[in-house]
Design a protein around this ligand. Structure first.
Ligand SMILES: [Zn+2]
Length: 433
């Protein structure tokens, strides 16, 4: 994926936002300097360089793996262990040590919320398997179908069986991508997030992952950010995706995934046309599918969402029609703030904006395919212990509200502060006390 590597941004999360952020601490190195530095064997380097130039540092990665067995993140003292992964293609990656995500500084690229605050925890190791090569995902829908077989009514979404989910659905995959690329988090030290940054973070995450035994990077096209100078290259990359990924084989209809920001939907003679930001071509869905998607992802399609600078992200499962159109088979949609932080309603978008404007560090817990899971609406990571934010809208889901109150009591017993907003009132002051 060299094309993606070259588009890596200069403004990685973890980098200081301005030069005055570099003031030295007592040991000559500020926490801000350490927050994006890692150690491999006897060398300390910025994480960004290791990510951008993983191939050039292959020998160092290999030596660290052989001599030490792991890398080290320098965001804390003592340093925290990092898993060194090597994909089958021979590309090295660093990943957070299992169960230690919470210990990293909230501005660190390896920081994660506790497992009880993510829908990720509801999956078995069959569904999402992490090992020294990378992450293997078992996706609930087939990525190819025999043309002789009847077309399924819709891509199946597994209902929860037993203790853990054994496959990942489309929304689960979208939330996994967002969370593992750290796009569910915000820190005031980070540079303002654009699609350019989202694309780079997602591409890093996808490299070395597999889905139903195929390379995720081949199966999933993440719409690249539009830049005039890259326009021709991006068009060529999409053509390659259409031809190598989606083009029908004599007996097989192939499928792929497209991830991008939904710009607009408009009716056509046969259904609905979706256009994506940064992308020239359109995607087509039947009216029946579009209606189902609007019901399933109501917040993303509500008119109120357009307020507060909200955006909509779509992960599309697609095929190529006999005429060469990109046909949507299924989709998961997600409402996000202007900075691409997921939100469950337009009120949550307003809250995310207020938190950002007030210089707060926060994370949005995501449910994956577990629609019945209950999490705080936001987790503030700049307090110890973390604080929680609840936005009370007008949803009238009694059982949900009841479970939420039980969870809140549980958090408060742990000493967590609760910041509440009833949307009937004006938004409260969310500055750190
Ligand atoms: Zn760290």
């Amino acid at each position: 994926m060299t094309a993606l590597e070259t588009t890596a941004p200069r403004d990685e999360p973890g980098r200081p936002q301005s030069s005055d952020a570099n003031s030295a601490g007592g040991d000559g190195t500020s926490r801000r300097d350490r927050a994006d530095r890692v150690q491999l064997a006897d060398k300390a380097l910025p994480l960004r360089i290791l990510r951008d130039q993983a191939t050039n540092y292959a020998a160092l990665f290999a030596r660290a793996r052989a001599e030490v067995g792991h890398g080290q993140c320098l965001c804390q003292t003592p340093a925290l262990r990092l898993v060194i992964r090597c994909s089958r293609g021979g590309r090295y990656h660093l990943a957070g040590w299992p169960g230690e995500g919470e210990l990293h500084d909230p501005s660190c690229s390896f920081h994660k919320l506790a497992s009880e605050l993510t829908g990720r925890d509801a999956y078995s190791t069959e569904a999402i398997r992490e090992d020294d090569e990378g992450v293997a995902i078992r996706f609930s829908a087939a990525l190819a179908r025999k043309l002789s077989d009847p077309e399924p009514a819709k891509a199946s979404t597994e209902s929860r069986e037993g203790r853990a989910r054994r496959t990942v659905g489309l929304l689960g995959l979208l939330h996994w991508l967002w969370e593992s690329a750290q796009l569910t988090a915000w820190h005031p030290r980070w540079r303002r997030r654009s699609w350019w940054i989202c694309h780079a973070r997602l591409s890093e995450q996808i490299a070395g992952c597999s889905i139903n035994h195929e390379n995720l990077a081949d199966a999933l096209y993440v719409v690249p950010p539009f830049r005039k100078e890259y326009a021709r290259r991006n068009t060529a990359a999409f053509e390659t995706f259409l031809i190598t990924r989606l083009k029908q084989r004599p007996d097989t209809q192939r499928r792929g995934l497209i991830l991008g920001e939904i710009r607009d939907t408009s009716p056509t003679r046969y259904g609905v046309r979706y256009t994506l930001a940064h992308h020239r071509g359109a995607l087509f869905a039947t009216t029946a599918l579009d209606e189902r998607l609007r019901r399933s992802y109501r917040p993303a399609f509500s008119n109120a969402a357009a307020e507060h600078g909200a955006r909509r992200i779509g992960l599309f499962l697609v095929e190529l029609s006999p005429k060469g159109n990109v046909k949507v088979v299924d989709m998961a949609a997600m409402l996000v703030s202007e900075l691409y932080i997921p939100a469950d309603s337009s009120h949550e978008v307003a809250m995310a904006n207020a938190l950002t404007d007030s210089g707060r560090a926060y994370v949005k817990p995501v449910r994956y395919d577990g629609s019945d899971l209950v999490f705080p609406d936001f987790v503030l990571t700049d307090t110890h212990p973390h604080s929680y934010v609840e936005v009370y809208g007008i949803h009238g889901r009694e059982s949900y509200d009841r479970r939420k109150r039980i969870k809140q009591a549980h958090y408060q017993r742990q000493g967590a502060e609760l910041l509440e907003w009833d949307v009937a009132d004006s938004i409260p002051n969310v500055r750190r006390r």
